[in-house]
Design a protein around this ligand. Structure first.
Ligand code: DGL
Length: 253
């Protein structure tokens, strides 16, 4: 049995999930959050599915051992590789996994040209193919972004290096997309640069807000919403105070 007073565990391969934690805090400021970033093993996005699954199971075990009433998988890559196994392993805990915001894209542009920018794992996993089958009228384009997560993990999201990398990846799509789905939780931290390259006619979407609302719905249904003053605890597998500093900085961004 879970209690209202337990924390909501939030997991990502690194600092990306902080973009989801931001949305969770907007939606439910009265909750206690326990965030764990596995920066020692990031990026997950170019590993094998089996490796991502194993790292995810280990990281989640660390969160579960501290007593959490719900788990938010704030990592599209981990959701794609391991959500099924997580739900089988922890059937009595609410588990919400972030997914690329294709439904929102389709609601805005039912037959639109939609780019999906995500990690290699997310782009190749069956989960995305299944999700896409639900929106056959969308004209989708998969856009990998190798190297981007590494820059954001190193606190270089606002650097010239990131600007150049994003221009290389996205310039061919400038003015050609109705929407770009940011299918990795690290990407909202470089949203402004992405927007400046693609132009105002492209709507940028991410799954953070939807994931927060879904978590709120599940907790409400289970009678597990907390009252009072909330709190945030951030942990990271990397034994380095700088990564915690970066995490708190991104939370305020
Ligand atoms: N933030 C993760 C996601 O949402 C992936 C980053 C990584 O490659 O580790 O997909």
């Amino acid at each position: 049995m879970h209690s209202k007073e337990e924390s909501i565990g939030v997991f990502d391969s690194g600092v990306g999930g902080i973009s989801v934690l931001r949305e969770l805090l907007k939606c439910m400021p009265q909750e206690k959050y326990l965030y764990f970033g596995d920066s020692a093993n990031a990026p997950y996005g170019n590993k094998t599915t089996q490796q991502v699954r194993q790292l995810t199971m280990e990281a989640v075990q660390h969160l579960m051992a501290q007593g959490i009433k719900a788990l938010v998988v704030a990592c599209n890559t981990a959701t794609a590789a391991a959500i099924k196994e997580l739900r089988e392993t922890y059937p009595n805990t609410i588990i919400v996994g972030i997914e690329p915001a294709l439904k929102v894209a389709s609601d805005h542009f039912p037959t639109g040209r939609v780019g999906i920018m995500a990690t290699e794992v997310t782009l190749r996993e069956e989960k995305l193919a299944h999700q896409l089958e639900r929106f056959p009228r969308l004209q989708t384009q998969r856009i990998p972004a190798p190297g981007l997560v590494e820059l954001i993990e190193r606190g270089k999201g606002d650097s010239a290096e990131t600007q150049v990398l994003l221009e290389t990846i996205l310039a061919p799509y400038a003015g050609k997309l109705d929407a770009l789905v940011l299918g990795c939780t690290h990407y909202p931290f470089v949203k402004e640069t992405i927007g400046s390259i693609l132009g105002e006619s492209t709507l940028l979407l991410d799954g953070g807000e939807g994931t927060a609302r879904q978590t709120q719905r599940c907790l409400a249904e289970a009678g597990l919403l907390r009252e009072g003053t909330g709190s945030v605890t951030i942990q990271n597998s990397l034994n380095d105070p700088e990564i915690l500093q970066l995490s708190h900085q991104l939370l305020r961004k």
